[in-house]
Design a protein around this ligand. Structure first.
Ligand code: ADP
Ligand code: MG
Ligand code: MG
Length: 270
């Protein structure tokens, strides 16, 4: 464990090219939170920039279904210096790591509702997430609450023309217009939401990975990912509204929250 100014770094809960995510404890009040860190010396400049981008955006986004920003700082640990983002700790892992045996349609619906709520708020507050996928959806300890995380690729809606040159996100979840580098807006997040709901239901990405061929199928064919056979007709109808190839025909998150697949939850909580 490494001691920092006001908190102690605990066990690692996520690792990637970007750096690490650890559990941390505040020395002041023993509060537990998560810390996403990039080594300023060793990380590529793009990684520090992505974390700065994420910090700037998460500070401004509020939603009960977005992992909450708690703070940020820079720490010196040994000879290294880290840029850190403090986040609400989600102990339940990601929806990509769920045991399939535990996932029934009630949970699929519930997580779909959590994500549609998160994206409705993110879009209403002026941002596009750009990287919606199972690994970026975190769960509460009891597994009932899902929250959207990883705003490293997120952008303000106004800056979307700048995105044409650089599609953001993860290929298998990308909307056709993003693959074609035409545009990346709130509608593109809705496509990724559809892919993520399929991923939750079947326990693997919606598209089978065939390398470059997958991208050409997503961007330039009439194909759609297969809708899971185990889902109800209502569930498949919901997916059909998310996975329309023409972005202007896709439902918005506001509309999706009124879809009968999600409406029971919507009516209950809001
Ligand atoms: P990256 O930008 O490298 O993908 P993420 O923000 O997605 O980084 O975090 C990487 C992993 O760390 C996540 O997939 C998850 O397993 C874990 N993680 C991230 N944030 C939290 C958190 N707030 N609580 C618990 N685990 C987290
Ligand atoms: Mg991630
Ligand atoms: Mg990221």
């Amino acid at each position: 464990m490494v001691s920092s100014v006001s908190w102690v770094r605990g066990k690692c809960v996520g690792k990637g090219a970007f750096g690490v995510v650890n559990v941390a404890v505040s020395k002041r009040d023993n509060r537990v939170f998560a810390v996403k860190s990039v080594d300023c010396g060793r990380g590529l400049s793009g990684q520090v920039e992505a974390l700065e981008n994420e910090i700037g955006i998460l500070k401004r986004v509020t939603s009960p279904h977005v992992v909450a920003y708690i703070g940020d700082d820079v720490t010196c640990e040994g000879t290294a210096s880290f840029r850190n983002l403090h986040l609400e700790y989600m102990p339940g892992g990601t929806v990509a790591d769920l045991d399939r045996a535990d996932v029934d349609e009630r949970l699929v619906r519930r997580y779909a509702w959590c994500l549609a709520t998160a994206l409705r708020d993110v879009h209403a507050q002026g941002f596009v997430h750009c990287d919606v996928k199972g690994r970026n959806v975190l769960l509460s300890g009891d597994g009932e609450m899902a929250k959207l995380a990883d705003f490293g690729a997120a952008v303000e809606i106004e800056s979307s023309p700048a995105m044409l040159l650089f599609p953001r996100g993860s290929p298998m979840w990308m909307a056709p217009e993003v693959v074609r580098r035409e545009r990346q807006g709130p509608e593109s997040d809705v496509w990724s939401l559809g892919c993520t709901v399929i991923e939750i239901a079947i326990g693997k990405p919606a598209w089978e990975d065939r390398g470059v061929d997958t991208l050409s199928r997503i961007g330039y064919s009439d194909e759609l990912p297969e809708f899971p056979i185990q889902l109800s007709e209502l569930g498949k109808d919901f997916l059909e509204k998310c996975l329309r190839r023409e972005p202007s025909e896709r439902w918005s998150c506001d509309q999706l929250l009124q879809h009968p697949y999600l409406l029971p939850y919507y009516a209950l909580v809001e």
